[in-house]
Design a protein around this ligand. Sequence first.
Ligand code: PGA
Length: 248
Amino acid sequence: MKKLYLIGNMKMNMSIAELEPYFENITTIASQSSNVVGVCVPYVYLDMAQGMLNGSKVLYGAQNMHFQDSGAYTGEISANMLEDFGCDLVVLGHSERRAYFHESDEEINLKVKKALEKGITPILCFGETLEEREGSMAHSVVERQIVGALADLGEEDVSRIIFAYEPVWAIGTGVSATSEQAEEMISFAKRLIADEFGVNNSIMLYGGSLKPSNAEDILSKPSIDGGLIGGACLKLQDFEQLINTKVE
Ligand code: PGA
């Protein structure tokens, strides 16, 4: 049986009232699964995540961070602060941050380096837009994003990153990539990381409208190690089904 990584990205959703039963139940669900389970929550719920998930099998973390340790960056959160709350994970370079907050590959590279320095596992997202795919630019965009985000990093550092291929056209649209499209791009990205950085066994997730009905098909593909799950992680019943996915 393949050990899968099922990591929820809650985005700007949930409330204290909703998270209380959610965290309580997910620890039980995760304890009964042989897969790796994680949740990336809004910053303001990290305290609660630490209180309720610490010591359980559920990894937790944030959805972004700044690359500076401290300073005059109104509204930002540093890796030191995430460390204070015991974060295991931080999502970096999500397409929503690239598109709406204009994050560049250079900035994402600084964030990846800072997270690694602090011992927080980056979940590094990459993926092309529909326009880029239709213009046959998907592979060059993915290559630019990966090489840019990993600039100056060596084999040991790169081996500590979890990657997530998230085609922008599949995120939150209900239309996932086909399992063949996801496998093709993920195996391309894995080859690139092996060639450029000497890491042959990188962990790579698929994200973009992953849900119980398409999980088995997508997650059974040989290069795909799990899923980064947005919408479907908000309903614990759906997330539970995803967490319980078993593939060879
Ligand atoms: P989705 O989001 O599952 O709602 O498509 C995935 C993501 O953006 O991480």
